[in-house]
Design a protein around this ligand. Sequence first.
Ligand code: PAF
Length: 283
Amino acid sequence: MEVYKQKEDVIRAVSAFKSQKKSVGMVPTMGALHQGHLQLVIKALAQNDYVVVSVFVNPTQFDNQDDLKKYPRTLEADVELLKTVHKDAIVVYAPSVEDVYADQVVSERFDFEGLEFEMEGKFREGHFDGVGTIVKRLFEIVTPDKAYFGEKDFQQLQIVKKLVEKQHIPVDVVGCEIHREVSGLAMSSRNVRLTKAHSNEAPFIYKTLKAAKIKFGTESATKVTEWVAQQFKANDLLALEYFLIADVSTLKPVKRKSNNKQYRAFIAVFAGDIRLIDNIALN
Ligand code: PAF
């Protein structure tokens, strides 16, 4: 498996694939790969001849420098894991900060038509400008036909779709279902940092989401939101940061249900100092 550290090398490899009329999928990641990432890679391989997996901890999307410092960097293990999926059809692009940003480690400012101000945008200042900056840059370098993003970061997925639409980037953005542990906990690179007690309790998040989905069939969004808040108040190990039910296209909280709209419930929870997010389609 080729692991490229410099953009010139990945550009050359992709251009060779394209000159042979081969399709190229891309899975952008920050590394610390787990089964959830592998599902994205497997889907990308099923739909493309080659897949570029980028492994890059993007500094401009972190609002907390300590979080950036502590983010796991496990390139060797990531490559070994990718080899279990396919040895020849996957190419890894694992650049340095300089390779991507040169000497200007700053975000571009984007207008994502309000998507950026909801949910995660309220709690992580500048985060989506950082995501937009790196995803745009990676798409310029790799020029994939299709790019794969997990629905666990549903807001990010919608923002990347908006980025591509507004910037006229010729890539098909594919959303992929959330991959879960047997317990129901959404897979995340952060799960390994949970204490034993928090890890045992964390499946409560998805259990509550599933119950909220059933309740939403007969009750208002406000009632369901209050019910979820009560469940977490009674939980000593998990602290609710937010729960809301939103329209999937605007990500704005629903005021009154309408039959022709699609809704999703979104949640962010602290398990000790580890922040976990999850979501569920409601209709
Ligand atoms: O979801 C992630 O891992 C990151 O936000 C992404 C899309 C790779 C951009 O750094």
